[in-house]
Design a protein around this ligand. Sequence first.
Ligand code: BMA
Length: 328
Amino acid sequence: MAKIIGPALSNMPWEDKPAGETEPIWRYSGNPIIGRHGNKRSNSVFNSAVVPFNGGFAGVFRCDSRSISMDLFAGRSKDGIHWDIDDEPILFAGADSEIAVNEYRYDARITPMEGKYYITWCNGYHGPTIGAAWTEDFKTFHQLENAFLPFNRNGVLFPRKIGGMYMMMSRPSDNGHTPFGDIYVSQSRDLEFWGRHRYMMGTIKGNESAWQSTKVGPGPSPIETDEGWLLIYHGVITTCNGFVYRMGVALLDLDEPWKVKYRSKDYLMAPWELYECVGDVPNVVFPCAALTDSATGRIAIYYGCADTVTGIAFTTVDELIRFVKEHS
Ligand code: BMA
């Protein structure tokens, strides 16, 4: 049995694998857990992040408004399934006034680290780049400098220093709906200045693994295991009717996480259910968070469905490691 390195979480949302299920991952029977109308003005609630907090759960949610502006909202939950999401967006304090201008904010990840909760997101600053902030209470949020220049998306921190350095994955891109994209890892001593950029993994061209032929991007903050960092990511193909977003998994070297030990050739999960295939942007599953229980190896992945609603899928560390090794 592989081991998750991290705290136990006995109250995380969970359903056992249904009898006869052959997939390595299975959806919560009550999906979607958050519908379009998660707060007062929301058109859609998706691509959002959650963490254990104060015996329950807290989250940062992407709620696109009815004017279709993109912003981040704090939320709280007792069970990780039923959520109260604020009606007003998060006010980020502390940033340099230039950085604090809110052009747009979306697709947050949360990484608990050193007693704080770090939030990273796609932040509009003359083009999309990686915004960063921290909170201790999900009420006051302290904004840091943007990690990178535009154009970039999917900034995801590792949950601890590695070799004495903070590490963040990202996916350099362009100003629009990027028709390309590979994942890199960057390093920092202080979470402000980033360098030592290393290529981690890219798209796979041709017919071999075409679901990830257009772009790939990191999902939740990586899960530390005794076999390596488990990275759940999204992969995109361009079809005659637009992009299709699927989920994959990779196992990264613990000390040099840009080195990929295994990576799924077959996708892990794809838009199969109606709420994943039909919505404001059809055929999208987009993972942004994972809860884990080191005592049992359980993993609950939170993912956006069709850019409209939010779902949970369950798996275990053994299922993911077996799958990535068998389908690498
Ligand atoms: C990406 C991001 C995501 C979105 C996806 C599908 O480029 O904008 O927020 O879920 O496209 O529309």
